[in-house]
Design a protein around this ligand. Structure first.
Ligand code: NAD
Length: 367
């Protein structure tokens, strides 16, 4: 999809439609309700493949521009994630501006649900930062365009086992490309962040006989996972100096940066965290130059959106898991495309996502 080169001076004067033009967004809905204090932005990036789906994030942004830029960037990311995962979904996202601990209320969430409903299904919401499945239940009182509901409401529940399985199969495809075999037995793997996804991933890896190192800021999680799976705890100070085969970022974004890349000795980076490359272009090229195989994060962690997608069709975990298993082939294809075209893997993943959207747009225009 075309990215228009727009001058900063023009963006300063046209910050809304100017930014939409830059990345080709379809629609933005600005929402305000004085009575509940709701201030929200819903961004629909692309609906060629299907309704736009993406979570609602609640965050105390410093200003409107920060919120707008975030929602535009995140909604575009969802278009690429769903496209490359082979889902019939477009990309969208919503942000609610404000401190969730101070302003979140039933009335505010229901008012937000009415705004989601007003889009008639062009945007489907789900959980994201500072939003819980209970919040989704409340939004659901006002609209059916919600996914990621708890199991007791007919929803798909916690997506992290599906996400972790997707990371695991993606890591196997990465191992095949980097080491010639997809067996992870005996591989030394660092998992940073052993929360919901990281812990399930550690389980898969230890079952297969990998030597797993774990790091987390939570002492309780470290004890739990180290005891359950015989994983070795490593400190934040020393983890990037370890002699490892695979680094799996499963906590935060931007951990693949100038600092870590000057130390990392691994051959593969493959994990669940979003936006792992601090600077996509710079660090995407740097990993390639350093001979590290980077499995693009939005390909690897697509199990979450896959899980939510199957909820729209009447949830069935087997079908969601079977789809997540395809992340193996998707990852493999991206590596082959990157090699043939001599481009970084993140760029190959973007190309594959864009090609699918362009080809479906073409058939949609045929009578
Ligand atoms: P989580 O909140 O359950 O776990 C994150 C873990 O990282 C926690 O244990 C936390 O203590 C730890 N952590 C936080 N800061 C850290 C730091 N500086 N160093 C080390 N550890 C730190 O989250 P999750 O659901 O397991 O998701 C993990 C990552 O994967 C997130 O980046 C998330 O956006 C991404 N992701 C998750 C899903 C999903 O299905 N849950 C889907 C797609 C992407």
């Amino acid at each position: 999809m075309e990215v228009k080169d727009i001058k900063d001076s023009s963006l300063a004067q046209n910050p809304v439609i100017g930014q939409m033009l830059q990345y080709n967004h379809e629609q933005i809905l600005f929402c305000n309700d004085n009575a509940t204090g709701l201030k929200a932005i819903i961004a629909i990036h692309n609906t060629v493949l299907g309704p736009s789906l993406g979570g609602t994030r609640m965050w105390n942004y410093h200003n409107e521009m920060e919120a707008l830029t975030d929602v535009l960037r995140l909604s575009r990311g969802m278009t690429y994630k769903s496209s490359v995962a082979g889902l019939n979904l477009g990309g969208g996202k919503a942000v609610i501006i404000g401190d969730s601990k101070k302003i979140k209320s039933e009335a505010l969430l229901r008012r937000f649900g009415k705004f989601v409903n007003s889009l008639g299904g062009k945007y489907i919401t789900a959980e994201d930062v500072a939003m819980s499945s209970r919040d989704m239940e409340i939004i659901k009182m006002e609209t059916d365009y919600v996914s990621g509901l708890p199991v007791n409401m007919g929803g798909s529940g916690d997506p992290s086992p599906v996400t972790a399985y997707g990371v695991y199969v993606s890591m196997k495809a990465s191992a095949k490309e980097a080491f010639g075999s997809d067996s992870l037995s005996g591989k030394k793997i660092l998992v940073q962040g052993i929360g919901n996804v990281g812990m399930h991933l550690v389980e898969h890896l230890t079952k297969e006989g990998a030597k797993v190192y774990i790091n987390d800021i939570s002492e309780d999680r470290l004890k739990l996972v180290a005891d359950a799976f015989k994983a070795e705890v490593v400190s934040a100070d020393s983890m990037f100096d370890l002699d490892i085969d695979i680094y799996a970022p499963c906590a935060l974004g931007a951990t693949v940066n100038d600092d870590t890349l000057s130390k990392l000795k691994c051959k593969v980076i493959c994990g669940a965290a979003n936006n792992q490359l601090a600077d996509e272009k710079k660090h995407g090229e740097l990993v390639l130059a350093k001979g590290i195989l980077y499995a693009p994060d939005f390909v690897v962690n697509a199990g979450g959106i896959i899980n939510v997608y199957y909820e729209l069709e009447g949830y069935n975990r087997e079908r969601a898991m079977a789809h997540a298993e395809k992340i193996y082939d998707t990852t493999w294809n991206i590596f082959q495309t990157a090699k043939i075209q001599n481009i970084p893997t993140y760029a190959a993943a973007n190309k594959i996502a864009e090609q699918r959207i362009e080809s479906i747009a073409r058939i949609n225009s045929v009578l």
